[in-house]
Design a protein around this ligand. Structure first.
Ligand SMILES: CC(C)(COP(=O)(O)OP(=O)(O)OC[C@H]1O[C@@H](n2cnc3c(N)ncnc32)[C@H](O)[C@@H]1OP(=O)(O)O)[C@@H](O)C(=O)NCCC(=O)NCCS
Length: 207
C-alpha cells in the first residue's frame, strides 16, 4: 500500500519544490503549457486548500515525489464536478503512484458528492489518457488537447471507511518519517560531538 495523504498550506514550499523539479516537458504535460518558475509559483500561491484537495506521496526524506490536485468547480451550479491534475517525479515513475493518486482522488470526489471528474490532458499524453481510459473515462480529442470525463458512482460506506482508513495510515506514516528524519539529524550531531572529542575540536551545538 502507498501512503497518500491529504496536504495543506503548510506544505506549500514542498509543493513548489516538487513542481519546480519537473522537467520542462513534464511541466508542459502537467499544465498544458511550458510553465516557467514564476507561473508555478503563482499556481501554488493560488491553490485553494480550503476548497480543493491536494494529495501527496512523500519519500522517507520527506520529499514530495508525487502529488495530485482535485480542483472543485467555482460555479455553484457545477458543484458536482471536479478536475484532476497529477505529477510524479521522473525518478519515481512507473511504480503505480500516478494510478494510486487517481484512485484516491476518485474515492475522495465520490465521498464529497462529486459525480463527474474531468481530466484535461494534451492528446500526446498517452500515459495520462490511458490511465483515465482504464478507469472508465470517456475521452474526447480536440486536436492537440483532450478532455476525459469519468462518471463516479455515489459514495457508500465502503468508500467512506476506506478513505478514512487510508488517510489515517498516511498521516501515521508521515509522522514516523518526520520522527526518523529528526532522529537521524540528532544522531549525526551526536557523531559530530564524538568526532570533535576524538579530534579535540569544539563540539557543534545539538539542535
Ligand atoms: C502521468 C504520470 C502522472 C504517470 O505517473 P506514474 O506514477 O508513472 O504512473 P503509473 O506508474 O501509475 O502508471 C500508470 C500506467 O501508465 C503506464 N505507464 C507509465 N509510464 C509509462 C511510459 N513511460 N510509457 C508507457 N506506459 C507507461 C503504466 O504501465 C501504467 O499502466 P497499467 O496500469 O496498465 O500498468 C507521470 O508520467 C507524470 O507525472 N507525467 C508528467 C505530468 C503529467 O503528464 N500529468 C498529467 C496531466 S494532468
Amino acid at each position: 500500500m502507498v501512503p497518500i495523504r491529504s496536504i495543506g498550506p503548510r506544505h506549500s514550499e514542498r509543493i513548489t519544490a516538487h513542481l519546480l523539479s519537473l522537467s520542462p516537458h513534464d511541466r508542459y504535460l502537467r499544465f498544458g503549457y511550458a510553465a516557467n518558475d514564476e507561473q508555478i509559483g503563482r499556481y501554488v500561491t493560488g491553490l485553494k486548500f480550503e476548497r480543493d484537495e491536494i494529495f501527496g506521496i512523500y519519500n522517507r526524506k520527506l520529499k514530495l515525489i508525487a502529488m495530485a490536485h482535485l480542483a472543485y468547480s467555482t460555479d455553484p451550479q457545477l458543484n458536482s464536478c471536479a478536475e484532476f491534475g497529477v505529477s510524479v517525479l521522473g525518478t519515481a515513475r512507473g511504480r503505480g503512484y500516478g494510478s494510486r493518486l487517481f484512485d484516491r482522488a476518485v474515492m475522495h470526489a465520490r465521498n464529497d458528492g462529486v459525480d463527474m471528474m474531468f481530466i484535461h490532458a494534451l492528446s500526446e499524453n498517452t500515459v495520462m489518457l490511458n490511465m483515465a481510459h482504464k478507469a472508465g473515462a470517456t475521452i474526447e480529442r480536440d486536436g492537440s488537447e483532450s478532455e476525459a470525463y469519468l462518471l463516479l458512482p455515489p459514495a457508500d460506506l465502503d468508500s467512506r471507511i476506506t478513505e478514512m482508513f487510508d488517510e489515517q495510515i498516511a498521516q501515521t506514516d508521515y509522522r514516523l518519517k518526520v520522527q526518523a528524519k529528526q532522529f537521524w539529524r540528532f544522531l549525526s550531531a551526536v557523531q559530530d560531538v564524538r568526532r570533535g572529542v576524538r579530534e579535540h575540536k569544539p563540539p557543534r551545538a545539538l539542535d
